[in-house]
Design a protein around this ligand. Structure first.
Ligand SMILES: [Zn+2]
Ligand SMILES: [Zn+2]
Length: 336
């Protein structure tokens, strides 16, 4: 053992997490380079010791190594852990720390389309999708996984002459189960390796006032586990807001496009609007004389959360041919 982290922090190997934390605080204050110009080296050591002893996983491996009297030369513990980040690193003796267990079932993703109205007021939607389900004719047919030899674990040895690191990962072929489901000979169903794709429908309730990019998890409605019949993964429901003609959502605000005639712009007018054609959402608003169409007019507060609703005014140009007389009048009006 190149360094005894317990000695460095001046605590016993039986010290509690709280005692380790307290010792670290006291020592790091004492040796902080700002306070103690000669403390830099010691300060670094204290930090290194605390990094390991304050992390339950690192501490457990360190204690096992310390008790077995092994050493790591000058390698820093942090280096070893960092280099195997993302995977669990065993050191030969850590067999019990990596149990064989089935990997979580891959969630199934479905999309639910929601209008702005649905997003504001909530809605019930039916979603149909296909999910992996055991073929009942092939329910009892399995074979041992060839990739991992049935252990569900793949071991890779890395390292050099001084130390060896065994990296253990769950087998990607059998997803850690050790066995592969198979199709029975003469299966009357047209199944794929013992599974069928079952059509299913679920009812999803869009909550009121959802965000445009809402994602929801429906527990146990997805694919069936490859090893345990009846156990299902989750479904991730992704809300996709559908574009709606003349309606636009900007954060919590809603902008409604309103077309008006030229005469209304010249004289000013009052308009009535039923938002989303809902009579309960009927409002009146005023367009002033010579209104600048670049501006928005507030219609009401709400109906979406703390937002407001605005009208964007667009000029309606009727597509009709004008006769000679009408054209002359129009020209006269437009002459400035
Ligand atoms: Zn089958
Ligand atoms: Zn396997």
């Amino acid at each position: 053992m190149s360094k005894d982290y317990y000695n460095i922090l001046d605590v016993s190997p039986q010290a509690t997490d709280e005692e380790i934390k307290k010792a670290f605080r006291t020592l790091s204050l004492q040796y902080h380079p700002d306070k103690n110009p000669n403390g830099a080296e010691r300060f670094k050591e204290i930090n290194e010791a605390y990094q390991t002893l304050s992390n339950p996983q690192k501490k457990r491996v360190y204690d096992m190594q310390r008790n077995s009297g092994g050493g790591f030369g000058n390698s820093s513990w942090n280096d070893i852990f960092t280099s195997t980040e993302g995977m669990f690193s065993g050191f030969g003796f850590a067999e019990d720390m990596f149990e064989r267990r089935e990997q979580p079932i891959q969630p199934l993703e479905v999309q639910v389309f929601a209008s702005i109205y649905d997003a504001i007021f909530g809605a019930k939607k039916q979603v149909s999708y296909k999910r992996r389900t055991w073929c009942s004719s092939c329910a009892n047919t399995h074979s041992r996984c060839n990739t991992c030899g049935g252990s569900g674990i793949i071991v890779q040895v890395k390292g050099n002459d001084y130390f060896r690191v065994e990296e253990r990962t769950h087998c990607y072929t059998c997803k850690g189960t050790g066995s592969i489901k198979q199709k029975t000979e003469n299966c009357p169903t047209n199944c794929q390796d013992g599974f069928i794709l079952e059509d299913t429908t679920l009812t999803f309730e869009i909550p009121k006032g959802i965000d445009k990019t809402g994602m929801y998890r429906m527990r146990h409605a997805g694919h069936e586990s490859p090893s345990k019949r009846g156990q299902r993964g989750d479904v991730i429901v992704k809300i996709v807001e559908q574009a709606e003609e003349n309606y636009e959502r900007v954060g919590n605000d809603i902008v409604v496009t309103q077309h008006i005639r030229y005469i209304d712009l010249v004289t000013g007018t009052k308009k009535t609007i039923s938002l989303f054609d809902d009579p309960n959402l009927t409002y009146e608003y005023k367009i002033n004389k010579w209104f600048d169409t670049d501006e928005l007019i507030k219609i009401c507060d709400g109906p979406f959360m703390s937002g407001k609703t605005y009208a964007r005014i667009k000029l309606y140009i009727p597509k009709q041919e004008l006769n000679e007389e009408q054209l002359e009048t129009l020209k006269r009006i437009c002459e400035d």
